[in-house]
Design a protein around this ligand. Sequence first.
Ligand code: PCA
Length: 205
Amino acid sequence: MPPILILTGFEPFRGERINPSWEVARGFDGEVIGGLQIKSVRVPVGCAKAARRIIGAIVRYRPRAVIGLGEAGGRPAVSLERIAINLADERGALATRGDPGFTPVVRGGPDAYFSRLPLAGIVRELDRKDIPASVSLTAGAYACNALMYAALHQLRRKPGVPVGFIHLPYDARQAGRHRSLPSMPLAMMENAVRIAIVETARSAK
Ligand code: PCA
């Protein structure tokens, strides 16, 4: 069996019927791209739960690469996350009033990890295909950040394994609920993620 690339997507949350990240991730399950077999993993929305699920998947599948996907409603482009921080706002930004305090994703872990995906190469290919994309300097402090941080921490002694996270806009099917916010057709997001997988597989050792 070819080595595994774990591709995660989240369950729907905040009253949505779908989460574009899982809609995209599940479509790749079982496919072999660049010599890596995609294992799609559905993740619950919560910092601790998401961290636990990705760590379990990494232990189980011993992946050669990990790409997390999440929904970032309101962002106009595919966001390649550069940084994961050791801060978990378990209630999510919407519930935050005042200072949420400091709860780490991993007690005693470093403040932050940088993405280990080949971001420059991915952005170049996305630009070439006219898919709106940019590198983002914050993945927030909720479940998506927690998943990215936990994956990078879990694989900190395997620097040859690319690990990172990509936020997706709302899917066009969610646009009716969010009329003043940008959205993207699912097929375009699938193309974007395919490009990210190809570039990542190429960089995996
Ligand atoms: N987006 C949230 C959590 C789950 C998701 O799809 C986030 O950005 O943290």
